[in-house]
Design a protein around this ligand. Structure first.
Ligand SMILES: Cc1cc2nc3c(=O)[nH]c(=O)nc-3n(C[C@H](O)[C@H](O)[C@H](O)COP(=O)(O)O)c2cc1C
Length: 187
């Protein structure tokens, strides 16, 4: 049964997400469940920022302003895309990786744990009847945007997880053929 739910997991493009979003208690439940990830050393190398309501358009405005700084003279269509990045889904959870380096647990393992949180969030959102998509794009890696989000030097955006109700169903996409990828190892 559980496998069946997981097998149907699929992202809903953020532009197709709308109201209603998760209630406060549903979102907390999602984050609680999504935080049950494998975590070498139990460092819990992640935290969350919720972007909802007017803050969504305000974050888009910040992206547009930064885009103009990076690409002076870019056309209005480009800026409109930046302004609109966060407005469709009722809530966007920014999963932030919080890394301890140097540390006996390698940075890559801490990053993988934070990535698992993003994937778990997609799964639990869908299991609770919502649609979701994990996006990054340039803003996830831009130092000025990181500063505006209040990230420390040891932190990074792992994903913008858009969560809402799917306004239309999304078709399947081709999935990897695991038989092609599976080999037996022999000494
Ligand atoms: C780390 C990460 C970042 C991603 N960033 C983007 C992105 O910026 N834009 C995009 O169109 N898809 C992005 N994707 C892909 C989508 O989240 C999603 O996987 C894709 O729409 C396919 O849907 P599926 O999850 O049903 O396979 C990203 C995926 C990952 C894992």
């Amino acid at each position: 049964m559980t496998v069946f739910v997981l097998e149907r997991r699929r992202s809903t493009p953020s532009r197709l997400l709308g109201e209603p979003g998760p209630s406060d208690s549903q979102l907390l439940e999602m984050l609680r469940v999504a935080s049950r990830v494998p975590d070498h050393g139990a460092l819990a190398p992640f935290r969350f920022l919720r972007v909802a309501g007017d803050a969504r358009a305000q974050l888009g405005d910040r992206l547009a302003a930064r885009k103009l700084e990076l690409e002076p003279g870019c056309d209005e269509g480009v800026l409109a895309k930046e302004r609109g990045r966060f407005v469709a889904a009722p809530v966007v959870v920014i999963v932030i990786g919080c890394y301890q380096t140097p540390h006996k647990i390698p940075a890559i393992e801490q990053q993988l744990t934070a990535g698992c949180v993003c994937f778990s969030l997609l799964q639990i959102a869908q299991a609770m009847g919502f649609g979701a998509q994990w996006l990054t794009a340039w803003a996830a890696y831009d130092p000025v945007i990181a500063g505006q989000l209040g990230l420390a030097d040891s932190e990074a955006v792992v994903g913008f997880i858009h969560i809402g109700t799917a306004r239309e169903s999304v078709g399947e996409r081709p999935r990897p053929d695991v038989l092609e990828r599976l080999k037996d190892w022999h000494p």
